[in-house]
Design a protein around this ligand. Structure first.
Ligand SMILES: [Zn+2]
Length: 285
């Protein structure tokens, strides 16, 4: 699942490559916009809002916004007009062509053309954007604190609380806070510190090709617990565990150190560390 900083970089790439350019061809390969054609339109910019991308296109009197979302596997690639596509053509969902570049959105989870005035329909639900120009720590903090009994990881992944955290940062933030992913928000010793760390992690990584929360950029050393199941915890040596968590059909892998992030049974009746023996799945890397 792409994180907010990945989406931020995708927005910057599209913005740099397309802004000010006239579209010489467009292809929307989704049923609801299969006949749309914005050829002749001018791209006026691309911004990210949380994990959403908004590409603005003016054509005559019309002001369009192309709203896209990478979801699980999506990516935007910017190629020279004759360059070979890096992914199979049948996975392309949008093609935007200009005289000097072809932008292809592969495997996008959302592709919709909106009237510019309706952008809020797409992104109005989002909490403060960790990488947005209007990042608002107080509001993010208030949003998280509003439901103190909610499991921490779930609260961090809820884009209506704060926007930009995916599976990687959710796991890492629980670890650096010393809190089990399923423990309630109220168990976090210093919620403001956690929110600041979230902001710092994304800010730092938005400029790097590889995401690192440890400060180490070597391949196996970039995270504390994320995708490190069965490897020794960097702090205490206990093997990191993984478990599927989340609503049925949309479960995601959750990683934690059972020693550094003990589950406080005062908060819940069961001990999920015990449950993982049965429920653990070695899934989704
Ligand atoms: Zn540990």
């Amino acid at each position: 699942m792409p994180e907010g900083d990945t989406v931020f970089r995708a927005a910057r790439l599209l913005d740099k490559s397309l802004t000010g350019q006239v579209l010489t061809g467009t292809d929307f390969r989704v049923p609801q916009h299969a006949t749309a054609d914005l050829t002749g339109g001018t791209v006026t910019g691309t911004v990210s809002r949380g994990k959403h991308l908004l590409t603005r296109i003016d054509r005559g009197p019309d002001r369009w916004t192309l709203h896209t979302h990478l979801k699980m596997e999506g990516a935007w690639k910017v190629l020279t007009p004759r360059q070979r596509w890096p992914r199979p053509a049948h996975t392309a969902r949008v093609v935007l062509e200009t005289a000097r570049a072809t932008a292809v959105g592969f495997s996008l989870g959302i592709v919709e053309l909106l009237d510019r005035a309706a952008e809020d329909d797409a992104v109005g639900h989002l909490g403060p954007d960790l990488l947005g120009p209007d990042w608002d720590e107080e509001r993010a903090l208030a949003n998280l604190a509003r439901d103190p009994e909610r499991p921490l990881r779930e609260a961090l992944l809820d884009q209506a609380n704060l926007a930009g955290i995916g599976n990687l940062y959710a796991a890492e933030l629980c670890f650096v806070s010393g809190v089990h992913p399923r423990a309630p928000v109220a168990a976090v010793p210093d919620l403001r510190r956690l929110v600041r760390r979230a902001h710092q992690m994304l800010e730092l990584n938005k400029e790097r090709p590889y995401q690192s929360t440890t400060g180490d950029l070597r391949e196996r050393e970039r995270t504390w617990v994320y995708r490190r199941d069965r490897s020794p915890c960097r702090r205490c040596g206990t093997p990191v565990v993984v478990e599927l968590q989340g609503p049925a059909g949309r479960e995601r892998a959750s990683y934690w150190c059972p020693s550094c992030q003990p589950y406080d049974t005062a908060h819940r009746g069961t001990n999920p560390a015990g449950m993982t023996d049965n429920a653990t799945k070695r899934m989704e890397r």
